[in-house]
Every structure is written in C-alpha cells, then in structure tokens.
Design a protein around this ligand. Sequence first.
Ligand code: UDP
Ligand code: MG
Length: 345
Amino acid sequence: LDTSAGSALSSSEGVPDSAARDSRQLTLDIVIPVFNEEEVIHLLLERLAQVFAPDVLAAQGVASVRWVLVDDGSSDATARLLAERIREGVPARLIRLSRNFGHQGAVCAGLDFADADLVAVMDADLQDPPEVVWRMLQAWREGADVAFGQRRRRKGNVVKRVGYWGFYRLVALLSEIDLPLDTGDFCLMDRRVVAAMRRLPENLRFSRGLRAWVGFQQVAVEFDRPARAAGEPKYTWKKLYRLATDGIASMSTRPLQAAQFGSFFFGLLTVMFLFLLLGFSQELGVPRPLLFLYALVATGNAVLSFCLYILGAYVGRTYLEVKGRPPYLVMEFVEPRRPGPPSPA
Ligand code: UDP
Ligand code: MG
C-alpha cells in the first residue's frame, strides 16, 4: 500500500500545534505598545509584577511570562525608562520602532516578536486591566483559541465614547465577516492564531478585524474599562480618523459596492426618463432641440454610470487581491493514524 500521499497530507505545515491546554509549562508573552507613556510606565510595570507574581504564575500553571514592549517612536523618556528597568531585571523585551508608526503598527511589531505559547495584547495605560488575562487564560483552557476583551462600560471623554460606540456598530454593519461589538485589541491568543495573523501580508493593519477574520474558536470576556491610569490619551483625532477609515476599508468593500449600485441605478433611471420623454414629447410640447440636447446628456450620463459600475467591480477585486490574504486557513487536520511499518511476526 502506498502511504506517501497520506504522509504528504498529514504534514501540518503552517499549522503550529496548540500548546497542550492542561500543560503547566506554558509560556506567556504580553504585547504592549507604548507611545510617550513616561507617566504611566512605573505604574504599569508595578501592576504587571503584582498580577503576574511568581506565586500567581505557579497557581495558574504558567512557567514564564515576558512583556513584549513596543516603543512606537516615543519622544519623551519612555524608551530610556524601559531600558533601565529591563537592565534591572524586569522580564521584558523592548522593541524600539524607528518612528511613530501608530498603535496598529506597534501591535503588529509586537505580535511579530512574540514567540510564547500564548500571546496577550494590552494597552500601556492600564485601561485593559491585566488581571482579566487570567480569565482569558481560563477561557483558553476551556477550548478557546482567542479570548478577546469586550467592554461592558467605558469611562472617559463623552464624544470619544459615543464615537467608538457608533464606529464599532458601523464597521460591524459594513463588515463581510462577523465582527464582535465593543472590542479593541485587548485579547489573549493561542500561538496558532498569532501564526495565522502573521500570514496576512497587508500593510494597513486593523488588528482587531484581522483577529476576527482568521477565525478559530473565539470567546468574549467581559470587563469594565477604567479611565487611563496617568498621562494624556495618545490617540489624536487625526489618528482616530485613520483608525476608523482603515478599519472600515480593510474589513469591507461595501461602501464601494454601494457607490457601484448607486451609479448603475442612476444610469438606468436616466435612460428610462429619456424613453418617457421621447414617448410623450408631443403631449408635453417639448421643443425638438431641447429633446435632442437631453438625449445627448442622458446617453452620456448613462454610459459614464455603467463605466463606473464596471470600474467599481474591478477596483474592488483588485483591492481584495492586493491585500494578499490567503483564500483559507486550516485550523487542524484530523485523519486516521497512519499504519506503522509492518511488525515482524
Ligand atoms: N499608542 C501607540 N502609538 C500611537 C498612539 C497610541 O503605540 O501612535 C499606544 C498607547 O501608548 C497606548 C495604546 O496605544 O498603550 C492606546 O492608546 P490610547 O490610550 O491613547 O488610546 P485610547 O485608550 O484613548 O483609545
Ligand atoms: Mg487608553
């Protein structure tokens, strides 16, 4: 019997194994993007040391933990403070980006440089309470590959709160995939999910959308989002606008489709109106030159509208192609055990 085909199939290349969920040798990386957070760093490191103290780690069955700090081109003392604390023995790795690439770029860098069994992502300002990670770990032990934070209540600027509320609903409405509401980048992911996210080569990254896109077993963990521990928000209105438009455009081509069907419908309407006018020109007493002029404009309009429709069809597909997302991702292979070599009688 030829088993070579079977062995080729069973190679689960590109699908790293999930760490054993009952293992007590788990490693945990916590990705934290930081941008001009000098006021908050000491609070953050203190709180992390508390929540992930050696005895708690042992009780939770985690062998080691490390903070993967991504300095997103800070211009204050952030990087220096972090480097000092690491020299003092804080279990962290600092990745300094060459300039400010924005929160999403920093999260992406952190995921690229994390290599533990489980990877969490959280903000530096303690708005994502670190202790929630333990509830996320519980969800992972129960079979989830992704446990993402979902906020029950939100504190802070009213305009921003309303803005975020509307934004999540709009993106979810437009998105072609199921996007959970009120979830940011705060989450805990199995390394298989991180590997899957790394396989998406697009440059405009909307991390929480990509995380939903890759699939696997996803579970929401509810939490109340407190106010920032110290310092000012680092998201300016300009950066929020970028996040919103990147989020919508990266998760959906529906606005383009709407424009497409709008132009198609409008073109159709002009043609119908032209026939109506031609049919009733006597009764309406429309002068011939005017009729001729309208026919010219209407035909031009209809032709342009249909051209736009066709352009839209190609532009949309081009956009989806250049994002270079794989057409599918494998979660696991299940197949019968391959018969071993015949044992001597
Ligand atoms: N951040 C970043 N680069 C930026 C802006 C923000 O790395 O250009 C980080 C910031 O240090 C924080 C997280 O992203 O850890 C969230 O930022 P912020 O608290 O300002 O956002 P908000 O909570 O207001 O949405
Ligand atoms: Mg914040």
